[in-house]
Design a protein around this ligand. Structure first.
Ligand code: AMP
Length: 468
């Protein structure tokens, strides 16, 4: 029997939203977690990347929210700003029919004051990183008394990052009779201990082994031996046509080197590593999501909390030390049923890391024959990789808080106002205070001038071409 959302006791309104979003079937974690959470249970859930776990907790939370009560009713604690933003996006997407719903993101590295003001005006769901959440609680800006549900997302990662104490302190502020959901990719003893400490009678939800999560991903290994590694990488990218590709390196210095070498061509490539400041990180990720950046070279900073539609190729330029990290990295592709390819570059077939990975996942990895690359020149490959239509990104200085909507931006660029054709406009992403729109490279300057000359919702905003 096929599972259906109808069987999960979700309200007809939320069931309609998931169908509208194209979620035809619930994922295994959703099948188990949604009814349990709706029944008020505490859960400890295994959550591999791309398993659909955000919706698994967001849907029950949304079902329980009373929008008319302007009080904080749910709290989601995340290890990173990126994950916070991703959970926020999914929560808003799923809550789009909850008119008046306020979902608030509370992360460090941003001024505290506006967050405090929004808290005072009243939000229903708060999502954030431990330090900043604790700060708002300690200073009394966040009122925890009406919180019904708390979620710890990627709890193992929070402990790894040293947030254990902050998380415990946050939990102490919350009502005793709350519901607690803990999600974690791995279950070391520290997680077991934390679960015992903060939740009672938690229902354990384990989703069968890594194989299923990796089922839609074709895994390949490329033994480059003594061949030029950069050239082999470019060949792998070129011979596996992709919407977007993510290349993982273990070191920031390698990320920089490859990005620099590939930028010599007209390829749409950029880097993502811990050296970027928050603004640049957000911008690079927005450009990757809207396909202005087609190839992203990254360290593991990007391995979590990155969710890109059409990401169909992941390449491990370096293999990670731990097999779990391999699964997280390649789980970025083949998400929720789409097909993906993962290529791991190794010097020789007996590499002990690749053997450990095969053992961990229980799946042999196919060898990718790259003899065709041997007669090729780097410049030639770079030229080929640069072919095809290109998108660029414009940053607009207004967002959700300014009541800017996708249709307003589209309207300002096309029709009588803008004169551009709809087919030159790509993805539009509205954030709290700013928006990103992707447009074809050939109309970029017209699009920037038209946005700067015109008005959106009767207001003037600044539009800038961002990127290289
Ligand atoms: P997550 O594991 O929460 O990061 O979710 C992975 C991706 O799958 C997100 O882009 C979700 O929007 C999407 N997704 C979640 N549930 C489903 C579903 N039942 N069917 C299809 N896509 C889904």
């Amino acid at each position: 029997m096929q599972a259906s959302f109808e069987a999960l006791q979700l309200s007809p309104a939320l069931t309609a939203v998931v169908h509208d979003l194209g979620y035809t079937q619930p994922t295994p974690i959703q099948i188990e977690a949604i009814p349990a959470l709706l029944a008020g249970r505490n859960i400890i859930g295994q959550s591999q990347t791309g398993s659909g776990k955000t919706a698994a907790f967001a849907l029950p939370i949304l079902q329980g929210i009373e929008v008319d009560r302007r009080q904080l009713q749910a709290l989601v604690i995340c290890p990173t700003r990126e994950l916070t933003a991703q959970v926020g996006r999914e929560m808003r997407k799923l809550g789009r029919d909850h008119s008046g719903l306020q979902v608030l993101e509370l992360v460090g590295g941003q001024p505290s004051r506006p967050q405090r003001d929004t808290l005072e005006r009243g939000a229903h769901v708060a999502i954030g990183t431990p330090g900043r959440l604790l700060d708002h609680l300690e200073r009394g800006f966040m009122k925890p008394d009406s919180i019904k549900t708390v979620v710890l997302d990627e709890a193992d990662r929070m402990l790894d990052m040293g947030f254990g104490d902050d998380v415990r302190k946050i939990i102490r502020y919350l009502p005793q009779n709350r519901q607690t959901a803990l999600f974690s990719a791995t279950f070391p003893s520290t997680i077991e201990a934390m679960s015992k400490e903060i939740q009672q009678e938690a229902l354990r939800i384990t989703i069968e082994t890594a194989d299923e999560d990796l089922a839609d991903i074709r895994q390949l290994k490329l033994c480059f031996g003594t061949d030029d590694k950069l050239l082999t990488l470019c060949w792998a990218l070129q011979s596996h046509p992709h919407g977007s590709a993510l290349v993982f390196c273990n070191q920031k210095s390698t990320v920089r080197e490859i990005t620099k070498a590939m930028s010599r061509g007209a390829i749409s490539v950029d880097r993502f590593d811990g050296d970027l400041d928050q603004f640049d990180r957000d911008q690079v990720l927005a450009r990757f999501r809207n396909h202005s950046v087609r190839i992203l070279i990254a360290t593991d900073v990007a391995g979590r909390g990155l969710d890109v539609e059409g990401l169909d190729l992941v390449i491990n330029f370096d293999l990670p030390e731990q097999p779990e990290v391999y699964v997280h990295r390649i789980g970025r592709t083949g998400r929720a049923g789409a097909n993906g390819v993962a290529i791991s570059m190794i010097q020789n077939e007996t590499d002990r890391h690749i053997e450990a990975i095969e053992e961990f996942t229980g799946q042999p990895i196919e060898i990718l024959d790259h003899s065709a690359s041997k007669s090729l020149k780097l410049d030639h490959l770079l030229k080929q990789l640069a072919e095809g239509p290109k998108m660029e990104t414009i940053l607009i200085s207004g967002g959700r808080k300014d009541k800017v909507r996708k249709g307003d931006i589209l309207g300002a660029l096309t029709g009588e106002a803008g004169g551009l054709s709809g087919k030159d406009i790509g993805k539009i992403e509205i954030q709290d205070k700013l928006s990103y729109v992707a447009v074809s490279q050939r109309v970029i300057s017209d699009a920037v001038s038209c946005l700067n000359a015109g008005r959106i919702k009767g207001k003037r905003f600044r539009a800038t071409h961002v990127g290289r």
